[in-house]
Design a protein around this ligand. Structure first.
Ligand code: GUN
Length: 253
């Protein structure tokens, strides 16, 4: 796990990921680099981890400080060790409906839907947000399961009307409590991916839980909704990467 700089949010995420990794019996190697680390040094560390047979998963916490090129860094991680599913190779596999590591939060959203017995096939699915880490991959996963998927963003006209058509809504916009009960079709399923801090410093989602809960068939809370799933999927991706590496090693013998 690589953490660059001292963003307090990122430090908490990385600490929680490390804790979960160790709790489930995996080894965790943490690398904390200063905010002004030269790009070549970060890339050199990634090269060393790519080459280390004891390492099966590499995660570089985002966002990175401005002087570092996130795309370049993400591309440098061996796709086979890319437990974040953010390497273009793995993003490409996902868009082709192929197996491979999938970005952790979107993967967690799908597991939640499955465990709650919610089918997306044939349903109107609306994703709010088009980030590479959540919006786009979750749209691909919903499409893979035969949902009819609309991706909305800051330029979408009459966002509320689009959301009101949805049977399944995934909200990943990063604006505290933006989606309220009057946006939701009665009985719809609402998944809140938002993590925002309100004026009192409390963590709140992108969804106004109380008003949405009155009309929705199901809605996830924040905190303790999607968040823990992200970490669980990181562990799953790491275990899968280990299994694939072992299989490849056995085949090469
Ligand atoms: N920043 C916010 N979410 C994530 C994530 O899932 N992985 C990484 N690497 N950085 C993030």
């Amino acid at each position: 796990m690589i953490l660059v700089g001292d963003d307090p949010g990122s430090a908490i995420y990385v600490r929680n990921k490390k804790k979960a990794t160790v709790e489930c019996g995996m080894k965790s190697f943490g690398y904390e680099l200063p905010a002004d680390v030269p790009e070549a040094e970060l890339l050199g560390l990634i090269d060393a981890l790519n080459a280390d047979p004891n390492v099966h998963g590499i995660l570089c916490q985002l966002p990175l400080p401005k002087h570092l090129d996130e795309f370049k860094v993400t591309c440098r991680i061996d796709p086979a060790k890319d437990v974040d599913g953010l390497h273009p190779m793995n993003v490409g596999l996902l868009s082709m409906g192929r197996e491979g590591p999938v970005s952790c939060t979107p993967a967690g959203v799908m597991v939640m839907l499955h465990r709650a017995g919610i089918e997306v096939a044939g349903k109107e699915c609306v994703v709010i947000g088009r980030s590479n880490i959540v919006g786009k991959p979750v749209a691909q996963l919903l499409l893979k399961e035969n949902g009819t998927v609309t991706v909305c963003h800051s330029r979408t006209k009459d966002l509320k009307a689009v959301v009101r058509r949805a049977d399944v809504v995934v909200v990943a916009i990063g604006r505290a409590k933006m989606v309220t009960g009057d946006w939701i079709k009665p009985g719809a399923v609402v998944v809140d991916v938002g993590i925002n801090r309100n004026a009192e410093g409390k963590v709140v989602g992108d969804v106004d839980f109380d008003s949405v809960a009155e009309v929705a068939g199901a809605v996830t809370p924040v905190p303790n909704g999607v968040g823990p799933m992200t970490i669980a999927m990181l562990l799953r991706n790491t275990l899968d990467a280990f299994k694939r590496a072992e299989k490849a090693r056995a085949a090469a013998r």
